[in-house]
Design a protein around this ligand. Structure first.
Ligand code: ATP
Ligand code: MG
Length: 568
């Protein structure tokens, strides 16, 4: 490929409003162009990287015995209604009607559609099956963000396993987990597997693959001592037992004028935050619900969703709260409340002599015995684990860091196989409902994550495995006939050796060409210039280390292959 012929619209200026390094660099280095928020055109360089990523994922999926499919992206509503997700997917699903008025969806995931195919399985002899595809997913994300990281239209490698029983699913899950670790290693993404919530997918166990990065939207709770790692949506920690003061026979009201917050009550009335009950009012599927936490704890919203199965959750508005409790946030409490469902965090179990609001503005209660005075309908783990808390497994302090979710694997169980009647005959001829797993990797998000891990102030520094070109030949003086000829020879030599190479034959200043090769992120630069040629050498420069070596012209291709092989 010749640079002069290729569409690589690099930008000199850093694009405004692109904050994530990968977003900025994809735009600046001429990989993508935005059509509208959340929708990007991939330009030729990006298409080459994407093909590499897809190739690596495909090799590893094939290696675990998976078979590649390609399913439609336009789906009839009826198929989504069978699983119940036509309703629960809500506004994230793009919906449309055809000319006859039939309701359709753009595929946001493919459990349902693969299930329509698995209906053709009839015997245990056909199991296990692992089916996958690379297909565009459409999601009307509330906040498309950070370039390719969160878009409304992206390629997913999605895979689905079908087994007779739980052990089969365990094996399929383990195979995917191992394959994913190989995939991310090959992509140059240091992803760590973490425990995760299964969210809207249904099912029991799920593992996310998280690439630590400042721009990540997820928080991973991690124990450096024992290796425990979980998404903050799911993470737990160990709480030190609390010694409560002796209780009182009954809660006692006291005036707290102007007290609005946990801090106000702590500083003004000596009620340490861990001795307070924080009362939140949330609307779960349109039903007002009281959520009780310790004063110093934060609610993990996903845990609330997981504990209740609610599909929508939002904080109640002040006027909604006042209408049922008679007070505004700041003085809320659950003592004596029977008209609303009450969910309490496990850390409040057995607690006595606690402080809480009295549902009268400017009045609080002391001496509250949680289990005696509050009608808790459900106890659950609802609090967000925090940095510094002891690990639940080994007691060492936990760390919290930001990460990008690049992959997610789920044990689905029978949610979809029941909805779609997926049964096969077992060895005895009896019908058995299949168990399923589902396994996703975001292809373009993986590209962005790789850039987040491999860039510097000059640009992208792709791992060789997914670089658009492994090497770039830069002709220093293209107008000098002899240098141009030597450059062409080196280029041909590399092509013949099977190196993916681009030759920068543009009539540009050398500095501009070097800067572009660095910006675009090509792992190895071969500079062909007058000075070197006088001594019969070309220069090999590594993008990752900046190191340069001089190599005899005739040996260029051989040395390039060696260097690239070692870097792979
Ligand atoms: P997130 O929590 O980031 O929204 P998700 O849990 O919705 O992700 P899954 O449904 O598990 O994601 O999809 C599998 C993979 O697809 C994710 O691990 C991620 O790599 C990718 N992905 C999901 N949503 C997007 C998006 N909007 N843009 C790009 N990639 C995405
Ligand atoms: Mg999502």
């Amino acid at each position: 490929m010749r640079w002069s012929q290729m569409h690589i619209p690099t930008l000199r200026e850093t694009p405004a409003d692109a904050e994530a390094p990968s977003h900025r660099l994809l735009l600046r280095a001429g990989y993508v162009k935005q059509l509208m928020a959340g929708h990007y055109s991939l330009l030729p360089l990006a298409v080459r990287v994407r093909a590499k990523v897809v190739g690596i994922i495909r090799e590893e999926m094939d290696a675990i015995g998976a078979q590649e499919f390609l399913l439609p992206t336009v789906h009839p509503a009826e198929v989504w209604q069978r699983s119940g997700r036509w309703e629960t997917m809500g506004e994230e699903m793009f919906r449309l009607k055809d000319r006859r008025g039939a309701e359709l969806a753009l595929g946001m995931t493919h459990e349902e559609i693969f299930s329509t195919l698995a209906a053709d399985l009839s015997s245990y002899r056909q199991l296990p099956q692992i089916w996958y595809q690379f297909q565009t997913k459409f999601r009307d994300e509330p906040r498309p963000k950070a370039g390719l990281m969160r878009t409304r239209e992206f390629t997913m490698k999605d895979a689905y396993s079908f087994d007779l029983a739980g052990e089969g699913l365990d094996t399929a899950f383990e195979r995917h987990r191992a394959a994913y670790l190989r995939i991310f290693t090959r992509l140059g993404i240091p992803a760590i597997p973490v425990e995760a919530s299964s969210g809207a997918m249904g099912g029991s166990t799920s593992t996310e693959f998280m690439c630590p990065a400042e721009v990540g939207e997820d928080f991973v709770v991690h124990c450096p001592a024992c290796g425990y790692a979980a998404n903050i949506e799911k993470a737990t920690s160990r709480l030190s037992p609390t010694e409560d003061e002796a209780g009182r026979p009954a809660p006692e009201r006291f005036d707290t004028p102007g007290v609005r917050t946990i801090d106000d009550l702590a500083t003004g009335f000596g009620a340490a935050a861990e001795r307070q009950i924080k009362t939140l009012v949330q609307v779960l599927d349109e039903r007002l619900t009281l959520i009780l936490l310790r004063g110093d704890h934060a609610l993990a919203e996903q845990k609330l969703i997981d504990a209740t199965g609610a599909s929508t959750v939002r904080p109640a508005r002040p006027e909604e709260i006042q209408a049922v409790l008679g007070a505004l946030p700041g003085s809320l409490g659950a003592v004596g409340v029977t008209s609303l469902p009450i969910l309490a965090d496990e850390s409040l179990r057995g607690r006595r002599a606690m402080f809480t609001g009295a549902n009268t503005d400017g009045v609080h209660l002391r001496g509250v015995d949680v289990e005696r005075d509050i009608t808790v309908g459900q106890w659950a783990d609802l609090r967000e684990a925090a940095a510094g808390e002891p690990c639940a497994h080994c007691g060492e302090p936990l760390q919290v860091r930001k990460a990008i979710e690049v992959g997610h694997i789920f044990k689905l169980g029978q949610k979809y196989s029941q909805a779609f009647g997926l049964t096969v005959q077992d060895a005895a001829g009896a019908p058995v409902t299949l168990v399923m797993g589902s396994y996703g990797i975001g292809v373009e998000r993986a590209m962005a994550a790789a850039i987040e891990c491999h860039h510097d102030d000059k640009g992208i520094a792709w791992p060789v495995s997914i670089a658009p070109f492994a090497a770039a030949v830069v002709v220093a003086q293209p107008k000098d006939a002899e240098t141009a000829k030597a450059g062409e020879e080196v280029y041909q030599q590399l092509l013949a050796a099977g190196v993916e190479v681009i030759v920068d034959d543009r009539d540009e200043r050398l500095g501009v060409k070097f800067a572009d090769v660095e910006l675009v992120g090509i792992p190895l630069r071969i500079t062909v210039g007058k000075r070197g040629l006088a001594e019969g050498v070309v220069e090999l420069t590594s993008r990752a280390t900046g190191e340069t070596e001089r190599v005899p012209v005739a040996e260029a291709a051989q040395r390039v292959r060696q260097v690239l092989g070692a870097a792979r």
